[in-house]
Ligand binder design. Structure first.
Ligand code: ADP
Ligand code: MG
Length: 222
């Protein structure tokens, strides 16, 4: 079953003249696929992920996720859709500095209000444990190392059991041990919980071991 299908995507930026960043992209991802997106710096990987995650709505073409068209939707509709279906790990984590690690992970779940806070707290702790940062749970987010913050950001992206997890170089800050831990977790979630993984990476070893690789050069899929 297709969980995401993009057709004839075109994306322009203005810096300062109009230029085409993504050109006539078509892609389809099946439910439970573990997909990596690779390509040189500046090829358009982050731009593509921002479109597919519905955070950037300025594009031509069609993006269908879980049977719903994303083109033309209001920002509030998209925010709610993301909260229910998409987890996103940013390249530069963006944890909220004023909150604890635990609160950061719980926040998207509190917004959703699908579980009572106690259950949510347990779920957040379980995720922190899977990512081996459970002993940092009560610290303020900014006291953690870059790699620890990145793993917390992954836990946060998973708190609502997203249909699709998207990550923009989510292992970019991690050593090989923690990269392996995150890779194994993504693989397990895709295989056992049929969560779809769409991960931008420049780590060739990581990409080689995913089920499918989409390679971008100059805004086109090879
Ligand atoms: P990648 O993630 O593959 O390194 P990006 O998607 O970040 O590449 O960028 C693709 C191209 O678009 C690059 O030429 C980059 O300079 C340009 N670009 C990215 N973001 C913007 C923006 N907000 N405004 C103008 N140009 C941008
Ligand atoms: Mg990028």
């Amino acid at each position: 079953m297709k969980v995401l299908e993009a057709k004839n995507l075109n994306k322009y930026f203005y810096n300062p003249k109009k230029f085409k960043v993504l050109e006539n992209l078509d892609l389809a991802v099946e439910k439970g696929d573990f997909v990596s997106i690779t390509g040189k710096s500046g090829s358009g990987k982050s731009t593509l992920l921002y479109l597919l995650s519905t955070m950037d709505t300025d594009f031509e073409g069609s993006i269908n996720i879980n049977g719903s068209e994303m083109q033309g939707r209001s920002n509030s509709w998209l925010a709610d859709f993301r909260n229910h279906h998409i987890g996103f790990v940013f390249q530069f984590h963006f944890l909220l500095p004023e909150f604890s690690v635990l609160k950061n992970v719980m926040l998207p779940g509190l917004k959703r209000a699908a579980f009572p806070p106690q259950e949510l707290e347990q779920k957040a702790m379980d995720l922190l444990k899977l990512l081996d940062v459970q002993d940092q749970a009560l610290k303020r987010a900014t006291l953690l190392s870059g790699g620890q913050q990145q793993r917390v950001a992954i836990a946060r992206a998973l708190i609502n059991d997203p249909l699709i997890l998207m990550g923009d170089e989510p292992t970019g800050n991690l050593d090989s041990k923690n990269t392996g831990l995150v890779f194994d977790l993504f693989k397990k979630l895709s295989a056992e919980k049929h969560q779809t993984m769409l991960i931008v990476t420049h780590d060739e070893e990581f990409a080689k071991n995913t089920g499918k690789t989409i390679h971008i050069s100059d805004g086109r899929i090879d």
